[in-house]
Design a protein around this ligand. Structure first.
Ligand code: NI
Length: 257
């Protein structure tokens, strides 16, 4: 299995990262993709990936909630990193988040457009984060319809109508995580109408731990619980979920093969 979205370089894992990675391997996780957050997270992420080559793979991008008045300088810095002989497997995580703060909504949209342009130029998939900005996201994505964009709409937990709109972008998958295991989640009903061919697994560690660890620190080993939930929903063996979602992720993140 591949954990396509896990922030394993953050402080929450500084004490026991080796044990965390060991548990992930034991749980059947063969690769983990690490989305970047901001300028400060780049070096810790790259160091961790360098220490675990062939298992951990970095992305580059500025998270929408970290877009602030200095965003153009930060993006210039990141683009320079991309121009070098880089190890990045995707541009991420990028997107729009108007839930926490709308102060920089215009800047978020500008940063998103610029980072989509990187994905086009470097032929990398996008790791997209969207919250309370579905319409604005579609508007921006539509202006790139003529490009062969690929990527993941990470942490999908929307309605069937939203799923339909997102899956209209043919090169994209929905990233499914522990939210699917939450008791009051409407996601299971939606998932049953979405083909497994359009799904990749993720944890979003250290956030959104699946049941029975909800509220605790999440880690990549818990990907197995997300896979089990999907097996239950689709009424297929968990091995089929693992194999198919691994293929989906491998097809998308070509630089990690
Ligand atoms: Ni994330």
């Amino acid at each position: 299995m591949i954990d396509t979205h896990s922030h394993l370089y953050v402080e929450e894992f500084s004490e026991d990262i080796d044990a965390v990675l060991e548990r992930a391997r034991s749980a059947g996780v063969s690769k983990v993709f690490l989305p970047n957050i901001n300028k400060d997270s780049l070096v810790p992420m790259l160091d961790l990936c360098a220490a675990h080559r062939g298992f951990l793979y970095p992305m580059i991008g500025l998270h929408p909630t970290d877009v602030a008045s200095d965003y153009t300088e930060v993006l210039d810095y990141m683009e320079a990193q991309l121009q070098e002989n880089h190890p990045f497997v995707a541009v991420g995580e990028v997107g729009l988040d108007f839930y926490w703060d709308k102060t920089f909504s215009r800047e978020q949209q500008d940063a998103f457009v610029r980072q989509i342009e990187w994905a086009v130029m470097y032929e990398l998939p996008l790791m997209v984060h969207v919250r309370e900005a579905h319409k604005e996201l579609l508007h921006i994505m539509d202006s790139f319809l003529h490009e062969s964009l690929t990527g993941v709409f990470h942490c999908f937990s929307g309605t069937m109508e939203e799923a339909r709109q997102l899956l209209a972008y043919e090169g994209f998958m929905l990233g499914i995580n522990g939210v699917a295991t939450f008791k009051k989640s409407g996601l299971p009903n939606v998932l049953q109408q979405i083909p497994l061919e359009r799904i990749v697994l993720e944890t979003d560690s250290p956030y959104l731990a699946p049941v029975p660890y909800r509220g605790k620190r999440n880690e990549s080993a818990y990907l197995a619980l997300v896979a089990s939930k999907l097996a239950e929903l689709y009424q297929i063996p968990v091995e089929t979920v693992a194999a198919r979602t691994t293929k989906n992720a491998s097809d998308l993140f070509k630089r990690a093969n």
